[in-house]
Design a protein. Structure first.
Ligand code: FAD
Length: 108
């Protein structure tokens, strides 16, 4: 269940950087460029520079990755209910269905 319409799944606040742990699990065609260092700024104004010598972070379009992930999930048998917002989940039952919001699907 996803509140966004199908063609916007994957669109999210994200810089689109793939770390070395995950980079081999994504098709190479999605990697637009590689970078060799990143600056990390913490909420307490600390700053780190992470450098790997060789380029070690792959940059992707988060929307393209999300659309590919969706395709993989659908091919594996997942059923998509897009434009549906989950309002609550009852964890007290063994198998519970999420409660949908009424008429709250995002259409833009
Ligand atoms: C500024 C910023 C930059 C970042 N840059 C990077 C980066 O470069 N590399 C990296 O690896 N990570 C990065 N991250 C972290 C990364 O974006 C998150 O860790 C990741 O998106 C979490 O994935 P998720 O699928 O768990 O949740 P989300 O990405 O939050 O996805 C949740 C999905 O559920 C949907 N949804 C939410 N609420 C409901 C509801 N009630 N009903 C139905 N659907 C709902 C949303 O529409 C969304 O599609 C960044 C995060 C931020 C904020």
């Amino acid at each position: 269940m996803e509140k966004l319409p199908e063609n916007r799944i994957g669109e999210k606040v994200c810089a689109g950087g793939l770390s070395p742990k995950i980079i081999d699990r994504v098709p190479k065609k999605f990697i637009e460029r590689y970078i060799r260092s990143i600056n990390v700024h913490s909420p307490s104004f600390e700053k780190w520079i992470l450098e790997g010598g060789e380029p070690f972070i792959g940059m992707i379009s988060r929307l393209e990755l999300g659309q590919w992930q969706l395709d993989q999930a659908l091919k594996a048998g997942a059923k998509l209910e897009d434009k549906e917002e989950v309002r609550s989940v009852d964890l007290s039952k063994k198998q519970s269905k999420p409660e949908k919001a009424k008429n709250r699907g995002i259409t833009n």
